[in-house]
Structure formats: structure tokens, C-alpha cells
Design a binder for this molecule. Structure first.
Ligand code: GLU
Length: 452
């Protein structure tokens, strides 16, 4: 049997190779490091995982598509964006993962997201592989008509790569119900098929699942609650800082409030809002979902309990819990120091990889419960898989049924991560638990299916 240190040096060598073969993709390197650094114990303990080529296959996407997306703005000017779909791993089911429309999108970002998605999707216990896509298109300030034309152009290429049994995209940053509607319409038009299961996050009444919009945020709060329960605490009366003000942040705040916590912040790229009375969700939803405005408008309209801080870091606000729900690397080492100094008990990731590796290390060293995104925010994609199940059966479940399934899945993910961490001598380390448990499920399926 190989020792852990021999295995670790093999994995370290592989990481160097990944960096050489995938230059200028720092986010992908970061995600690969984060996973591979925790796998030594399981690879050393189970010789089948040391099989040559297994991990090499895992870090290489099965397919990567890059395409031109030309579209015309309302003045008739032509714009050219770049579209991506990375189909990373289909050992467990059709590729599944969102589309991100944001100017920061490039191949490395989509690969980091797709790689994370493999393990996240495996942790749900459902039959979904991992993929991700998107574009460097910036929807901010664009009219509905412009967004529609962009989505139609994007789908005019994407349609040939996806399908209910092949690859099932959904939303992510910049892609919500409006965009999924336009994308679905164009797919239906081109293919002449009512294929509900080709996209998830659809609208109510045309194949969408109840609770899908809420699922990522709700699921993350349930995961944070499970981590607290492990320490003999609950959410009641805890103060929470939440970053972001999109779909994940909004439903994180909603669930925190429903379970008795006080969620006092939200943010966007312009700054953050602190509301001592707790964020007023009706007002936030009106500004973000209806008016598509900025969070400073919230502070202006809310009155005395709220103030807006331009720039700055939302993690400066003292709280018991922190739920980063905006974007990657938004919680740095310095932020972690501040949170620890202010007595934070748990950090649970609603966004994908929002906490830098140095910050994760500090939080864990300080004994803060840390829920990594691939476990904590898996509720969104889990309910996407439930949407696929409903589409396949041509049925629609009640909100209560979907919420019960979501709660059971999140409890199960928490238990799996917790027990796996204990099994591999890392008690309380949810990063190790999530990586190993996700890896075991995907690796077993890949081994069973041969070298492909
Ligand atoms: N974009 C979400 C995620 O990061 C959801 C993906 C999906 O529902 O397919 O998991």
C-alpha cells in the first residue's frame, strides 16, 4: 500500500502538470488544488483510486465548447461576445450546471465552476454529472430586448450540444428566470421539440419546479443550521452577515429570517447595506428583482435602521454567522481575520468558492465551522435535478414536497461530509469530507465504466 505522503507527492506533481497544461486559468488551478490537496488519505487507503489515469481523467473535461455570440443592441450596433460550455464529467448522469453571464467569464472561470460542480452534484446523491457554461456578456444596463437577442444568439449555437439526456444548463450569476425563458424559447423553436428537461430554472406553469428559485439560499441556511446543531446551537437569535443581493442572497436572508436569525446585510459591487432591524425582503426584492437596481437604493428607501457603505467589505460587520453569497474569492484572509476577531461561529458558502484558500485555512484553524460551497450550496442544483424528475414524469410537485426533499438532501449531505471527515481523521473538516465523499462517488462510477 502506498503511504499518504507518497500519494501526496504524486498529487502535488499532478497539480504542477495541471498548471502547465492549463496556463492562465488561476481559478481552475485554485479549485483543483483545493480538491486534490484533500484526497491523499482516500487515495492511499483505497488502491483502486491510485489506478494510473483516474485522477488525470477527472481533471480533464470530457468536452469544451467555445463559440462566437454576435448580437445587435437597440441602436443596431453589433457586439461580439464569447460563449462557453464545459462538459466536465458525465459518469453519474447528464452534464448539469448553470450558465453565468458576467464580464469576468473566461475559460478558466467556467472550468473552475464545472470542476466544483462534479463533486457538488455527486454529493446530492442524484443522477447528475458536472458541467458549466456562460458568456462574458454583461446584462447590466441592457434592455429586455437586448437580453432576448443575446440569449437567442447564444442558444443558436448551444442547442446542438445540449439535451435532456446529454447536458442540462440552468442559471448562475446573470442568468435568472428571464434569461432561461428566452433560452428555452429559442431551443424549442430551433429543435421543434417541447423538451422541458433540457433546461432547469424554468418559470412556473411551463415546466419549472416550485422552490427552485429559493433552493440554493434555503439549502445553505439548512446546511449552516446542521453545522451549528453539531455544536449544540441553533439559528435562533443569531446575527448573520450575507453578501450579494441576487437570487442566492435573497433566499438566504428569507430562510435565516424564517428560522429566527437576524440577517442584517446585503451587498453588490457598489458597496454594502447594514440594516440593524434585519433586511426587509419585500423592499430588497422590489429593488433587485423588479427594478434591477443597486443596493444603495435600499438604504435610501428603508429609513433610519439602514445605512449604505460605498466600497468597503461587508465582512467588517460583526456577526455570529457569515454566508458569502456573491462570487468567487470575495472573502479574503484579512476578512477572515476580522470575522474571527468579531467572534464568528460559522461560515457557509452560498456562492461558488467565495472564500480564498488562505481564509479557509484561518477559519478552520480558529475553530470556526466552515461549510464549503460544493456541499453548502448544493440545494440549488439538487432541486434542478428534482425539476428534471418532474419534467420526465410530466408532473409537478407541491412546494411542500419539494421543500421536504430539499431538507432531506441537505441533511444527508451534511451527514455524509461529517462522517466522511471523521472516517479520514479530519473531524469537523467539511472541506475534506465534501471532497472525499464527492470524489468517491464519481471515481467509483468512472472505474466501473472503464477508460473513456
Ligand atoms: N448555478 C448553480 C450552481 O452553482 C445551479 C446549477 C443548476 O441548477 O444546474 O450549482
Amino acid at each position: 500500500m502506498t503511504t499518504r505522503s507518497e500519494t501526496q507527492s504524486t498529487l502535488t506533481h499532478l497539480l504542477t502538470e495541471i498548471e502547465h497544461r492549463n496556463p492562465a486559468q488561476p481559478e481552475f488551478h485554485q479549485a483543483a488544488h483545493e480538491v486534490l490537496e484533500t484526497l491523499a488519505p482516500v487515495v492511499a487507503a483505497r488502491p483502486e483510486y491510485a489506478e494510473p489515469g483516474l485522477i488525470e481523467r477527472l481533471v480533464e473535461p470530457e468536452r469544451q465548447v467555445i463559440f462566437r455570440v454576435p448580437w445587435q443592441d437597440d441602436q443596431g450596433r453589433v457586439h461580439v461576445n464569447r460563449g462557453f460550455r464545459v462538459e466536465f464529467n458525465s459518469a453519474l448522469g447528464p452534464y448539469k450546471g448553470g450558465l453565468r453571464f458576467h464580464p469576468s467569464v473566461n475559460l478558466g472561470v467556467i472550468k473552475f465552476l464545472g470542476f466544483e460542480q462534479i463533486f457538488k452534484n455527486a454529493l446530492t446523491g442524484l443522477g447528475i454529472g458536472g458541467g458549466k457554461g456562460g458568456s462574458d456578456f454583461d446584462p447590466h444596463g441592457r434592455s429586455d430586448a437586448e437580453v432576448m437577442r443575446f440569449c437567442q444568439s447564444f442558444m443558436t449555437e448551444l442547442y446542438r450540444h445540449i439535451g435532456e439526456h446529454t447536458d442540462v444548463p440552468a442559471g448562475d450569476i446573470g442568468v435568472g428566470g428571464r434569461e432561461i425563458g428566452y433560452l428555452f424559447g429559442q431551443y424549442r423553436r430551433i429543435t421543434n421539440r417541447w423538451e422541458a428537461g433540457v433546461l432547469t430554472g424554468k418559470g412556473q406553469g411551463w415546466g419549472g419546479s416550485l422552490i427552485r428559485p429559493e433552493a440554493t439560499g434555503y439549502g445553505n441556511v439548512l446546511f449552516a443550521a446542521a453545522m451549528l446543531r453539531e455544536r449544540g446551537e441553533d439559528l435562533e437569535g443569531q446575527t448573520a452577515v450575507v453578501s450579494g443581493s441576487g437570487n442566492v442572497a435573497i433566499y438566504t436572508i428569507e430562510k435565516l429570517t424564517a428560522l429566527g436569525a437576524n440577517a442584517i446585510t446585503c451587498s453588490d459591487s457598489s458597496g454594502y447595506v447594514v440594516d440593524e432591524k434585519g433586511i426587509d425582503l419585500d423592499l430588497l426584492k422590489q429593488i433587485k428583482e423588479v427594478e434591477r437596481g443597486r443596493v444603495d437604493a435600499y438604504a435610501e428607501r428603508r429609513g433610519a435602521s439602514a445605512h449604505f457603505v460605498a466600497g468597503g467589505s461587508v465582512w467588517d460587520v460583526p456577526a455570529d454567522l457569515a454566508l458569502p453569497s456573491a462570487t468567487q474569492n470575495e472573502l479574503t484572509e484579512a476578512d477572515a481575520e476580522t470575522l474571527i476577531r468579531n467572534g464568528v461561529k460559522a461560515v457557509s458558502e452560498g456562492a461558488n468558492m467565495p472564500t480564498t484558500p488562505e481564509a479557509v485555512h484561518l477559519l478552520q484553524k480558529a475553530g470556526v465551522a466552515f461549510g464549503p460551497g460544493k456541499a453548502a450550496n448544493a440545494g440549488g442544483v439538487a432541486v434542478s435535478a428534482l425539476e428534471m424528475a418532474q419534467n420526465h414524469a410530466r408532473t409537478a410537485w407541491t412546494a411542500q414536497r419539494v421543500e421536504e426533499e430539499l431538507a432531506a438532501i441537505m441533511t444527508n449531505i451534511h451527514t455524509t461530509c461529517h462522517e466522511t471527515a471523521e472516517r479520514y481523521d479530519a473531524p469537523g473538516d467539511y472541506v475534506t469530507g465534501a471532497n472525499i465523499a464527492g470524489f468517491e462517488r464519481v471515481a467509483d462510477a468512472m472505474l466501473a465504466q472503464g477508460v473513456i
